[in-house]
Design a protein around this ligand. Sequence first.
Ligand code: SF4
Length: 458
Amino acid sequence: MPKQVTSPREIAAKESRAILRRAIRLALDTESAAVRRNTRSFNLNRYRATAALPDYDALKDEARRIKEHALVNRKALIQRLSESVTRNGGHFFFARDAQEARQYIQDVCKRHRVRSLVKGKSMTSEEIHLNGALQRDGIRVVETDLAEFILQAADEQPSHIIAPAIHYSRERITALFRRKFQTDLPLDTGENLTRFARERLRKDFLAADAGITGANLVSADCGSLLLVESEANIRLTCIAPPLHIALSGFEKIVPSRREFAPFIELLAASATGQPLTSYTSVIRPPLAVPVVDFRGAGPATREFHLVILDNGREALAQDAQLKEALYCIRCSACLNSCANFQVLGGHGFGGATYSGGIGATWEAATTGQLKLARFSDLCTGCSRCVPQCPVRIDIPGLNVELRSRLNQSVPLSLAARAMHLLLSASPLEHASAQQIFFAHYDRAARWGTLFAPLSNFF
Ligand code: SF4
């Protein structure tokens, strides 16, 4: 008997339409109301913030141009970045895949006898399944972003790029904290919940042997990282422990810090709807700030490692139809503006790591498995997201291409063949029976009128 699927984590990899359907039903039952409320508020804030940008369109053009140029010159930029990081006194590693990236980080942690580490929110670390690997080495991994802290307590994967716990209501978080942490402290307001998490996390920051972060952008000429966040936990992750490891895909590299400027404005406005995100840091590690001996382990020196990841990105860069996904700055505007995402969230409309319309290309590219982009079916191609994207990505276009490749990769079913014959579809239309039916509903309607009593009966 097949195992009963009960949680979004178990159905993260939606390889078939049947699993996708189960994920959708589960998301509708348990997560829809919170996702609707939270995406609505993101949208209202974004409308206000982008309307207040006098040069919004020019900024988008500039951001797109920077990304296109950086992608064409990626090999030279990676080389330049590696020289900059080494010159600064840091260590540079280029990981061809998830396994190499994990292994490198595990080895660094072993050399430093890391027993406990703190993490800033990083989708790239989710992509390479870093936490599990470190935990198997006996390392205590603490997520310090409030939403990630909630998900770690719940043992769930993120459902949104910038608000990983968007599917949680305040009431659900209160119940989760009570259950997980066995506490009677007041937890009935957002302030109480935040204070509770902050007090627990403070001890973890002070005890951590290492900090792991991602990066929003990386400058090749001087090895600086742009870190955009709302809670300052990433700043502390870089600065409290003596060892800092940053992990980033190569698509985040730009030539210099000058190119950070349009993204700082666009990211804040498109993501949280702020003129500037609460904490925007540009750092050039290893930081010159002395290491404070919180752990009582004697004087330590700062060490910095930058891991730049390929993991399917090079193949994506060489794919003429899909490469524009690499311009994505992970602002989430396309997710929030999508009617289907607004009712499902990323557990229904997403894969194991990436979600929403843009997530399907990322999921396929970084796993190397086209079938894991099955959730691209949920993009209706309405194009509502396109004007919201700060780098002008044609997200529906990516999904049409993915669907076409997915359809071509499986043989036509009997029902699809019958539909082909009945509706005189072109032999090029390699799709499911349902898709062929809806693509030619006018012809189906003509058949229907010829046999009206039968059609009405059906
Ligand atoms: S595709 Fe565009 S709108 Fe969507 S997350 Fe990426 S940058 Fe933002």
